[in-house]
Design a protein around this ligand. Sequence first.
Ligand code: LMR
Length: 397
Amino acid sequence: LFATVELAPRDPILGLNEAFNADTRTDKVNLGVGVYFTDDGKLPLLRAVMAAEKARLEAQPARGYLPIEGIAAYDNAVQNLLFGADSALIQAGRVVTTQALGGTGALKLGADFLKRLSPEAVVAISDPSWENHRALFESAGFKVENYRYYDAASQSVDFAGMLASLKALPARSIVVLHACCHNPTGVDLSTEQWQQVVAACRDNGLTPFLDMAYQGFADGIDADGLAVRLFADSGLDFFVSSSFSKSFSLYGERVGALSIVTQSREESARVLSQIKRVIRTNYSNPPTHGASLVATVLNSPELRALWESELAEMRDRIKAMRQALVQKLAEHGAGRDFSFVLQQRGMFSYSGLSAEQVERLKTEHGIYAVSTGRICVAALNSRNIDRVATAIAAVLR
Ligand code: LMR
């Protein structure tokens, strides 16, 4: 049966963890995967999460099945975060939200549903995009194309190119957009550019699918909801995948959600019934623990305020690391202006390093990054930053 099975390549991001874990050097640094670490190099357990977890463990809840669509209080809290607590769409019953296995699970639920609705549609992802977007939509059976996004020469968005690509797509194409903190480049659209993207989707009959994995890591919860809210005002049908992996530091709990905006409450009921079928035939119903913690935090004014302050700490530390990186690279003679790193938002920096330079970082210095040159700024800290800056400067010489 397995005689002809080929060995699949390692995952371009999670595969780096495997290689990193196998590396015996004690001063190794993992800037590959998008995970936030504290300045001590530790994965944080947020205080708001600990408080919710303590209460949950003390209550010793029984372990029954959840409804197929997940915990209602969680689904409602997700909607409020994404669309705003006073959203007219939520009040009109036009948003369907289901709990999902992380942001990736939400994307896959949406992809499987869309494949039934628009089997011939093309999926367009940004060039470049998160490595898993292409693989995920292809595995759902779609043809995946790129739309222009990043201009390496100016280290910013090729917006004219992006609009031209969107306008050239056939109607009903599915456009995957990074709602904030673009992964991998860290380069986001301005408000005015988002307005034009919304108009292009409307004028060309495209189906937007917003991937929101980093809400709160650029400017804050509401500010980072800008793109979702502009689409909400547009009257379009659209999809949003969202994740609490990073913002709650709950990576391994797989806490995400799929939200779909429809035209009416009645349409929402039909759409929900279909998403429930996708869930039921994949994994039956979602797990309880992580989502119940998030629901507790988001529905308690005190814990919510604590969480937002912890999120702000993470955001501010990443920004400080961007400043430090730029400064240290200059001090260590990198010989290039890295100030563009300060304009990038979220966990990542598209450093401009080539695959060859990234390989040298790994083999010669034990520093792991994605081969595209993406580094996770959220894994830098005051102890490893000098080593990283020295190593980057060395491979640039
Ligand atoms: C990343 O881009 O590193 C994260 O989103 C983790 C992942 O699943 O790839």
